[in-house]
Each structure stands twice: as C-alpha cells, then as structure tokens.
Design a protein around this ligand. Structure first.
Ligand code: ZN
Length: 162
C-alpha cells in the first residue's frame, strides 16, 4: 500500500517524548513501515523514526541509494533498537533532520556502534555499523528517546540551508 504521512516538525511535543516498545508485530506495523518508506522517499531522507510521523513507538527505518562517498544502505526496519556498544573513536559530520526543516549542523558521534533490534516479524537482529550507517542509526535512536541533533550540535555550526 502506498501512502504518505505528514512529517511532524519542531516544536511538536511528540518529538520530545520517549517512545513505547513495540509488543505486537502485526500487519499494521508492517504497513506503517511501508508508508514511512514512501514518506521518506518523498522527502529524500535517509532515515525516519516513527515519532516523526506521529507514532510514539520504538521503530525507525533507514535506506540510502548511495553516492560517490558513501555506499548504498538497503531498506531496513529497526524495531525496539538498543545500542549495545559504541566506539571510543568519534567523528564529526554535518547532519540535518526532516523534523527540523532547512537547518544543518555538525554533530560528533561514535564512529562505530553495535545494535540489537527486532525485525518486523519480531526476530532478533544484530547490526555492527560504521560510517554513514552508524551515524544514521544513532540519529534515529536519539529520536526514539526524544533527542534531536540540535541538542548535540557543535557550538556555532548550526546554520540555515536553502
Ligand atoms: Zn531526524
């Protein structure tokens, strides 16, 4: 099923609310993930968390077509994700967010993370991520905890983009 959901933007309080774990791996959950995918494509995003479309649950999606610098990331749904390990090494990179339109800034994050989550069927998955994927995962996990990239932005780097 194709569809679109409106993106919640700041200062919508749902973006600041800690999300609830998913307990039922239903057809509705799969439908939500697919509709989120359509919505993310329409906005040219690389990741989208459920609270950004008004659902305060622990689910996010990631998909990226790839570029010269970064490898493609296949469409993946993460349910009840938990970062179980973060590297001491960090990197700084520019970030934006569909919920904070036209703003970007530099954010320092661990370079590598290990994550456990469920897939849409409730199976346990474990992901070791580095590079762009590690960064997007951390950005989306933050959303599930009511944290936005602007909370972590390096001083003086937040700026408006056309
Ligand atoms: Zn975001």
């Amino acid at each position: 099923m194709r569809g679109m959901l409106p993106i919640r933007t700041v200062p919508d309080p749902i973006l600041r609310t800690a999300t609830a774990p998913v307990t039922e791996f239903s057809a509705e959950l799969a439908k939500l993930a697919e509709t989120m995918r359509e919505t993310m494509h329409a906005h040219r995003g690389m990741g989208l968390a459920a609270p950004q479309v008004g659902q305060s649950i622990k689910l996010f999606i990631i998909e990226y077509a790839g570029s010269d610098e970064d490898e493609a990331i296949p469409f993946t749904v993460y349910v009840n994700p938990q970062i179980t390990w973060s590297s001491m090494n960090t990197s700084i990179s520019n970030e934006g967010c569909l919920s904070i339109p036209k703003m970007e800034g530099n954010v320092r994050r661990p370079k590598r993370v290990t994550l456990t989550a469920n897939d849409l069927q409730g199976n346990q998955i474990r992901v070791k991520a580095r590079g762009l994927l590690a960064r997007i995962i951390q950005h989306e996990v933050d959303h599930l905890n009511g944290v936005l990239f602007t909370d972590k932005v390096e001083p003086g780097t937040l700026h408006q983009v056309a």
